[in-house]
Design a binder for this molecule. Sequence first.
Ligand code: NAP
Length: 257
Amino acid sequence: MPSKLTDRTGVIFGVANKRSLAWSCAKALDAQGMRLCLTYATDRLGDGVRKLAEELNNPLVLRCDVTDPDEIDSVFVKIGDEFGHLDTVLHGVAFAKREELVGNFYHTTKDGYVLAHEVSAYSLTAVSRRALPLMEGREGTIVTLTYIGSERVVRNYNVMGIAKAALEASVRYLANDIGRHGHRVNAISAGPIRTLSASGVAGFSKILDHIEEHSPMRRNITGEEVGNTCLFLCSDMSRGITGSTIYVDSGYHIMGV
Ligand code: NAP
């Protein structure tokens, strides 16, 4: 059993709705007593996320477009004012243009490539840097969400696969930077789950069927399973783990033919 997180605080990036993996992570951390700040990308999502937040224990809810440095700054200033310190960052943010998640990878535009990397990979570094002063002396934990399309070709995943590879490499470099201060950073490589972002990948239903047929466990994973792994990575139970990618994918990553 993970230790209770009652004296801890965390910030969650990437809640769009109740299907969001960031929301599954938020629920798991909140259930163990962590005080949370939820962030959402655009005003369009604000009412829905504030409604969801009513299910949690008195969270702070803020807007944060991770491509806007002033908005990221403002989130961490508000967290400092409200919580005084920070223990955990959950990074569950990704974006690529829908037209670049279908067909040949070589059609990726420069704009699309840069945008996918800015939102899906660089933002981890951008938020981690701002979190560090609030984590001082607290053995902070940072967790991000990735996908096997970073290391193997998944049809139509295209530029997002390249961005996820950059994200996973960022986890390793960040881990080396911050480890000496007692902080840790890890990635969860989740199997496919039907969310808003996932529905942007052409042929997503076929990917779900493929996992059901070919993964060792012959089933798809749940958001709750991702949330519980996030809880593990943010608790003292995982104190010796950093710079790692942990697979929550019904074992699919071990399969060859
Ligand atoms: P999701 O609910 O759509 O979450 C993605 C979030 O990223 C949304 O809240 C989205 O907001 C946000 N976002 C996009 N651009 C942003 C920006 N500029 N600033 C701030 N936030 C921004 O989908 P999800 O599947 O839970 O995705 C969460 C993470 O899990 C992603 O990193 C994804 O790649 C990863 N993952 C998902 C799966 C899966 O199958 N679902 C598998 C492995 C890994 P908008 O709705 O406004 O764009």
